[in-house]
Write a protein that binds this ligand. Structure first.
Ligand code: P6P
Length: 338
């Protein structure tokens, strides 16, 4: 139930938790809030406006760009640039990191990495999509242009992360390392209102989310885990449920509220896994850990992985701690033959 505290009020209220906060991170989160409102408006019109369907381009992943992908990317970049809070942006939709080189941007303390519209192929079929963002303090000297090292930091260095889910209602969920808080957009007042303070994920669950169409090439341990879910009947007698939307933010959000696990292992098409470490796995890992859950690549904590390239992919297992640990146990017990 919303208590009518808006996201803006909440950010200011929590700012005191950072003794040396200069308000820049708060201002950056406000920019994200603005861009989210703009993108939300366009998504809600998608069925009506000529903005659905393919844009005709491809992103660095070789994936066909949907018009709203490009639109969302431009709006979030513009919101960041407008207020000079970041010295650079890395995006799924940009081959290279975008370095802002104005006088003010060179003095900015933060960089942001984002998937501006995750799951966008679902837009035309009216399935929820999302924006994912990850914020770091730069490691390069202030006053200079950002460098690639600012973006290739391990997830354990994040200062904030969050997602916006454009669904039956639009929500913004974020963490700055002091719990996870969810805000539901009220279009009648144009504000995100606190609706889920201090979100936590149950340490166990009965939902597993995986694209079983890739089963044949899953690692043996994953095949064993899936069979475990299908054959094992928890004490309560209810079997596990398979729920997979094909939109990471949607599957993640449902599992966080109800308990569950999302799995994207290595597959034939994606030998290193499909999801990107920097702007999908790390932010979701930060959020899930702050909510009491776990995120790994099957044998290592996601946020401890040292990135080597901007768009690198990793196997991704995220959700209720007991379920992630069960998956890791199966992968350890049944390692694939090399
Ligand atoms: P598949 C969307 O393209 C995405 O990046 C995630 O949002 C989603 O979880 C995953 O890919 C779906 O991939 O191979 O199952 O269609």
């Amino acid at each position: 139930m919303s208590d009518m505290r808006t996201l803006g009020e909440f950010i200011v209220e929590k700012q005191h938790e950072y003794p040396n906060a200069s308000g820049e991170l708060s201002s950056l989160l406000s920019s994200i809030r603005l861009a989210a409102k703009i993108v939300n408006r366009e998504i809600n019109k998608a069925g009506l406006a000529d903005i659905t369907g393919a844009f005709g381009g491809e992103n660095v992943q070789g994936e066909e760009q949907q018009k709203l992908d490009v639109y969302a990317n431009e709006k979030f970049k513009a919101a960041m640039a407008a207020r000079d809070q970041v010295c650079g942006v890395a995006s799924e939709e940009e081959d290279e990191a975008v370095i802002f080189d104005s006088e003010l941007s060179r003095n900015a303390k933060y960089v942001i990495l984002m998937d501006p519209l995750d799951g966008s192929s679902n837009i035309d079929v009216n399935v929820s999509v999302g924006t994912i963002f990850s914020i770091y303090r730069r490691v390069s000297p202030i006053g200079q242009p950002a460098t690639i090292d600012d973006f290739l930091q391990p997830g354990n260095q994040q200062v904030a992360a969050g997602y916006i889910i454009y669904g039956s209602s639009t929500m913004l969920v974020y963490t700055t390392g002091n719990g996870v808080h969810g805000f539901t957009y009220d279009p009648s007042i144009g504000a995100f209102c606190l609706s889920h303070e201090s979100m936590t994920i149950p340490e166990d669950g009965k939902i597993y989310s995986i694209n079983e169409g890739n089963y044949i090439r899953f690692p043996l341990g994953i095949k064993k885990y899936i069979k475990y879910c299908q054959e094992n009947v928890p004490e309560e007698g209810r079997p596990y449920s398979s729920r997979y939307i094909g939109s990471l933010v949607s599957d993640f959000h449902r599992n966080m509220l109800k308990g569950g696990i999302f799995l994207y292992p290595s597959t034939a098409a994606y030998p290193s896994g499909k999801l990107r470490l920097l702007y999908e796995c790390n932010p979701m890992a930060f959020i899930i850990e702050q909510a009491g859950g776990k995120a790994s690549n099957g044998h290592q904590r996601i946020m401890d992985i040292k990135p080597t390239e901007l768009h690198q992919r990793v196997p991704f297992f995220v959700g209720s701690t007991n379920m992630v640990e069960k998956t890791e146990a199966f992968l350890a017990e049944f390692p694939d033959e090399d």
